[in-house]
Design a protein around this ligand. Sequence first.
Ligand SMILES: Nc1ncnc2c1ncn2[C@@H]1O[C@H](COP(=O)(O)OP(=O)(O)O)[C@@H](O)[C@H]1O
Ligand SMILES: [Mg+2]
Length: 314
Amino acid sequence: MTELITIKDLKVHYPIRSGFFNRVTDFVYAVDGVDFVIEKGKTYGLVGESGSGKSTTGKAIVGLEKVTSGGIIYEGQDVTKRSVRKKMNYNKDVQMIFQDSMSSLNPKKRVIDIIAEPLRNFDRLSDQEEKQRVKSLLDIVGMPEDALYKYPHEFSGGQRQRLGVARAVATNPKLIIADEPVSALDLSVQAQVLNFMKRIQQEFGLSFLFISHDLGVVKHMCDNIAIMYKGRFVEIGTREDIYQDPRHIYTKRLLSAIPQIDVKNREAHKDNRRRVELDYVTHQKDYYDETGRVYDLRTITASHQVALKNGGAE
Ligand SMILES: Nc1ncnc2c1ncn2[C@@H]1O[C@H](COP(=O)(O)OP(=O)(O)O)[C@@H](O)[C@H]1O
Ligand SMILES: [Mg+2]
């Protein structure tokens, strides 16, 4: 295993202020102690329902959110400090794509300026070189050259996600954090965008941190997966561990929630979903401590860890 980036006991707590003096009275434990490794050229999936802390984790890694404690180790350096990130040109290597391309791509700028912006931060190119580079980036994501001088609103949602990817790969990064990159798209368009993301990954030897609320979407993308709940990991493993041998009740519930396209099995799927939901309602207290906190992870196999009380001994 060749690791690209190592996340150590990462915590991001947001202060809640209230009262006349606007004092900090409590914290939102958005990310509350997660450990994982993203390998070179591989895709790490981060999956959980809305509010579980996925985006905060992604933003902390790229440097958009202040880290409360813990480490993010890249090329032997802890990049939780802004000064360290700056010194090593960290954000040339680590880029982020967001779900909502309409708000993440500046609507007042033309495509050439949007895609060239990260380049301008790190490379000194002549106008001609820059135009050439943006053209080749458009080509990589399957967009025509005449997109150069258009504005984001002139494209469909799927095309805008392609522009977002072109922008993210502009600096030739090592890691792209893709936060729900296809969640706003129709199913058929989702498949297209996922396919070219995979192609780009192979071409550039990229790593992805792929964030989604839907285990169905990440299935064909990810080598390793972490299931996140209330700022903690309930289960981590390889794709096979998670889909073939899920151990935590929350993972099972997410699996049963994957939309079923196959008409034949729809009834059986519905029954299974009802059964898992009932199991979840009845037994969920066994899976969390008395404060509702997720237990620490325990090792099942070399690749598979689950947050069970007493390591799962029943
Ligand atoms: N800037 C913020 N200030 C306070 N709380 C926040 C902030 N951003 C996110 N949160 C809270 O942190 C938790 C995790 O949010 P988020 O990381 O966006 O989850 P996800 O991406 O999994 O939906 C949520 O409870 C959310 O309300
Ligand atoms: Mg999110």
